[in-house]
Design a protein around this ligand. Sequence first.
Ligand SMILES: [Fe+2]
Ligand SMILES: [Fe+2]
Length: 246
Amino acid sequence: MNRSMPAKILQVSDCHLARDPRADYRGQNADANLALLTDAVRRRAPDLLMLTGDLSEDGSAESYERIRDWAEQFDCPTAWIPGNHDERGVMAPIFDAAGFRSGPVIDAGGWQLVLLDSAWPNDPGGELDDQRLAPLDGLDADRPTGIFVHHQPVPVGAAWIDKVGMRKADGLWARVRRIENARFIAFGHVHQRFRRAHEGIACLACPSTAANSLPATPRFTPGETTPMARWFVLDQSKFHTGYLAA
Ligand SMILES: [Fe+2]
Ligand SMILES: [Fe+2]
């Protein structure tokens, strides 16, 4: 990627593919919904595909192989972080062999993108300890910074998913405060649209490719467009972002 050119990033999250491609996910078929997004992604022609966790519902090798095959058709670099439904030990060798990147810091359009792993085994909520936060130390102070992580670092106003958000998010915010050029924190996990500034940093949800809830409802409430993804254009020190629907 040329540092002087704007970079088009496409964030794809919460695909929830299962070993059995016919499996039901919240009344939807996760494989079919992911496939519905293919043409829109191709038209967008991303420079980098950013997969932000819950790519699998059951941590099966088969599900990661299908995600890999889907991502490879766009012929661009792909990066990933795990979510609470993922099995890092299963996904890492499959994605490593495909040349997918797991950061922790990736250069794109003159920006530095930091990938943080907030997922722990058998834990629907997320947490970042000092070791997981370490990639935020020693960043280049002159370059704009975006952070990708699976769990939401602020409540999104939906009780069903906020009860399993990021615990002890203060540790993340304390570090983000020290980063001169931090611009956004992008996450998945919440299966809904969300955008809000917190301490001057844009907090941006990427909806699911599999099934989404109406925003800010106490229970998961179908009715929102599915599938969706989030696009970014990183241009000098500015960024633009929005939702991509099929
Ligand atoms: Fe999810
Ligand atoms: Fe999740």
